[in-house]
Design a protein around this ligand. Structure first.
Ligand code: ZN
Length: 366
């Protein structure tokens, strides 16, 4: 379910409000330490509140749901809760933010790793740190870039399976959260906060081993990832993907995006091309590959990875004219919220990387 950056935009706000208010009224009427509250109840001066509460009960009975969450107090931007047995950070996030995957927001706000029964926690009702700004600097997002894998072999572009799995396990064991491209670009829009240790995983081209080796590992860890395909490569040879494989991975959650049609270097005009022919070719590479991906996979692409990682202002204008939200280079480095949407940096991970070298590409704060 969608999480609203500002609780005031949230259509569920009134429901959350009713639940919180109703519970508080109930507590006040029947369990208050203040005898005045109970006397007022006897005199009926709380009748409108009580009527509201009865309405709430009818509403909840209609929903067939019973909330086990007991807020201590609520404020416009935050709810104070006492953790009940059985509560977890994801269940609190689901209840108050309508998205269990925002458990990290509660964890980071309270500097805890889990919700212990009896503990008092504050649940922020919106992003309190857009752009991941901190008192001492700003957050950065590393975008990892892989090309091909192999069961055992290692080369510059070929990662042995064992090494890939070791890197994915390192991310999990060290508190990294793998995020989607859309979340990353919402962060660049200064519209959302990301987990303080966020990372994006991308693959380029469309090699067969992405399906045979990487995909099972990604599924095992529950990681999101993006595959930038150049559509001429998707022919289903022994080394390359076919569209059935791409469709299967897309149905399983892999994000399919654009890497041109023929993998031409968009940054370089060929010597026998006129400026007009060059621009027409760039436009064809972008628009035609987007059209093929739409036809084969049914998705509207929004992002492109530049073949050879290179770009220029003309290419960027073509992308903008075709409605692309952003594009990726292979310039090494992490990205702050004020990064150039069409020159996003990525760290290429090579087969020869030790774990120590891999870690150097995971900078998340400046
Ligand atoms: Zn490529």
């Amino acid at each position: 379910m969608k999480f609203y950056g500002d609780i005031r935009e949230c259509p569920f706000r009134c429901v959350s409000y009713l639940i919180i208010e109703g519970t508080l009224i109930f507590k006040k009427l029947f369990f208050s330490d203040n005898p005045m509250d109970r006397q007022e109840n006897c005199r009926g001066t709380q009748a409108p509140d009580f009527a509201l509460f009865l309405l709430l009960l009818v509403f909840l009975a209609g929903c067939g749901q019973k909330s086990m969450f007991i807020p201590i107090n609520s404020f416009p931007d935050v709810v104070a809760v006492k953790v009940q047995p059985g509560d977890t950070l994801p269940s609190l996030a689901e209840n108050y933010l309508h998205d269990s995957s925002l458990d990290w927001l509660i964890a980071e706000f309270n500097e805890v790793t889990e919700a212990g029964a009896g503990e008092e926690l504050l649940v922020p009702l919106g992003f309190y740190k857009k752009g991941n700004l901190t008192m001492t600097g700003y957050g950065m997002v590393p975008v990892l870039n892989y090309h091909n894998l192999d069961l055992t072999q290692s080369s510059k572009m070929m990662i042995p399976r064992e090494k890939f799995e070791e890197q994915m396990a390192y991310l999990r064991d060290n508190g990294y959260r793998v995020i989607s491209l859309d979340s990353f670009f919402d962060f660049l829009d200064f519209n959302r906060q990301l987990p303080s240790k966020s990372v994006v995983i991308t693959f380029d081209d469309g090699w067969r081993q992405v399906y045979d080796i990487a995909w099972p590992v990604l599924k095992k860890y529950g990681y999101k990832a993006t595959l930038f395909v150049y559509t001429d490569l998707i022919v289903g040879s022994s080394k390359t993907l076919n569209w059935d494989m791409v469709r299967e991975m897309a149905a399983g959650g892999l994000d399919i995006q654009c890497h041109t049609k023929t993998h031409r270097n968009l940054n370089k005009k060929k010597t026998d091309e006129s400026p007009e022919e060059y621009l027409a070719s760039v436009n064809y590479e972008v628009a035609e590959s987007a059209r093929i991906i739409k036809r084969e996979v049914g998705v509207d692409v929004k992002y492109l990875a530049y073949p050879y990682g290179e770009t220029n202002d003309q290419v960027i204008r073509v992308l903008q004219n075709n409605g692309f939200r952003g594009a990726f280079t292979t310039k090494r480095g992490s990205n702050p919220f004020f990064a150039d949407y069409y020159r996003i940096k990525r760290a290429m991970i090579f087969g020869g990387f030790s774990l120590e070298k891999f870690k150097k590409n995971l900078k998340t704060h400046n």
